[in-house]
Design a protein around this ligand. Sequence first.
Ligand SMILES: NC(=O)C1=CN([C@@H]2O[C@H](COP(=O)(O)OP(=O)(O)OC[C@H]3O[C@@H](n4cnc5c(N)ncnc54)[C@H](OP(=O)(O)O)[C@@H]3O)[C@@H](O)[C@H]2O)C=CC1
Ligand SMILES: CC(C)=CCC[C@@H](C)[C@H]1CC[C@@]2(C)C3=C(CC[C@]12C)[C@@]1(C)CC[C@H](O)C(C)(C)[C@@H]1CC3
Length: 456
Amino acid sequence: MNSAPHKHVEKVKHVQKQVKSWNEKGRQGQMCTARPGWMAVCLREGKYKKTLQNIDVNLMDVIEVDAEKQIVRVEPLATMGQVSATLIPMGWTLPIVPELDDLTVGGLIMGVGIESSSHKHGLMQHVCEALEVVLADGSVVKCNKKDNPDLFYSLFWSHGTLGFLVSADIRIVPAKKFVKLSYKPVHTFSEVVTEFEQSTLKKTGNDFVEGLMYSKNEAVIMTGIMTDEAEPDKVNVISRHYKPWFFKHVETFLQRGEDYEYIPLRDYYHRHTRSIFWQLQDIVPFGNNFVFRVLFGWLMPPKISLLKLTQGETIKRMYEKHQIIQDFVVPLDTLSKSLLKFHDELEMYPIFLCPFKLPKTPGFLRCSKEDEIFVDVGTYGSPKAQHYHAYDTTRRLEKFVLSVKGIQMLYADSYLTQEEFRQMFDHSLYDKMRAKLNCSDAFPEIYDKVNRSARD
Ligand SMILES: NC(=O)C1=CN([C@@H]2O[C@H](COP(=O)(O)OP(=O)(O)OC[C@H]3O[C@@H](n4cnc5c(N)ncnc54)[C@H](OP(=O)(O)O)[C@@H]3O)[C@@H](O)[C@H]2O)C=CC1
Ligand SMILES: CC(C)=CCC[C@@H](C)[C@H]1CC[C@@]2(C)C3=C(CC[C@]12C)[C@@]1(C)CC[C@H](O)C(C)(C)[C@@H]1CC3
């Protein structure tokens, strides 16, 4: 109901007005966005939302699609579901469309966004061409790789601690109708690693690469290419409400053997939305039953923000104690060692594997060489390992990831100390920009927004 794509300038003025009035009142208390914590796509809610000055950044539109420059201009609260629904019918798509419908452009840019096309295009930050932000003094600035590059590069991962994002110019690429997705089942641990590495590294021309591990020795490695042609009997519209959950469907290829099918592009992008990866099986255990799917599948999935809003303290504590929801990113050449470590500590499957390329650009992520390949290892569920202990195990994993020069995704519970956090992430440009833009009394530091004790 708040949609107003033609009123972008006025909406930005409204953000500026609030920041200027905060300045006029003597810069009392720090600021954050007014978006309530239960709306965000992460397990917890920031405690700081209750104590800091909430700035209304209510911009939620796709402003314009420039086919000539191949750029889409979007506001921060536009969601991935909305962006893909707007662009695909026009024949365009973002190079990276993170899978859950509710993820927002602002969250993915100020936090992090990754997808199975990231081995080719990098993270969400690497497909941004320009950003428009309201700074702590109330001014509005546009920046890109050439104009004000320090600001541009320091904004990614900054979690709203340098300014408020009000629009982003993101690169678009031509969309095709289908993804030809090949499923390659593997049945030994070494094959899991080598097949995944080859799909990522080999000059295969794959547009998408993703692995789902179902046990230590079993996985299905999926590679996809975008195409306009499809064999009609091989088309699978996976988003229909009566279709099996995607991760269950993929699992069947362990028995069926290698095969391929054509999935409509938008269905492919949002393939993990319907079962919230595999989290829905813990919330609605019979949700993948055929009768349930036919009768009630259209009601699924429950809205993540509704679940967050309505869950009580007990459920929250239960999740904290019995579930691990983490994405650890490790260099590709340490994948084998890392998967063994995750197995020893957690014994938990499925595991989500998603490679990404890290171009050597200034900013928060350390990288030792140009276009280094990393792998996001996503562990979501209840560990079976007897010795699993939420805090102790996560700490051991964090230390391990630090030792292999990997990183932790910051939407997850992070118990890193401030020193470890600074060791994991390069703060040099960030600190410089915080000082230059007078941020210390305006915004908290990233660490103070994302560490476990800052969240409820
Ligand atoms: N495939 C993927 O890549 C997936 C990624 N995720 C994670 O989900 C998160 C995105 O979730 P989402 O609900 O969209 O975002 P959130 O509301 O969680 O926002 C993430 C951070 O970005 C800041 N932020 C958001 N919008 C703005 C803005 N306009 N100006 C300044 N700061 C802003 C927020 O600051 P504040 O606290 O002040 O609001 C917050 O610290 C990402 O961080 C990502 O790690 C989750 C699932 C999948
Ligand atoms: C980088 C990538 C691919 C990240 C994927 C992360 C997802 C698996 C996470 C993000 C948000 C997330 C933590 C969430 C949940 C599961 C795992 C999610 C979807 C659930 C739905 C689990 C059940 C919980 O009661 C509750 C509703 C609070 C959360 C909400 C967020």
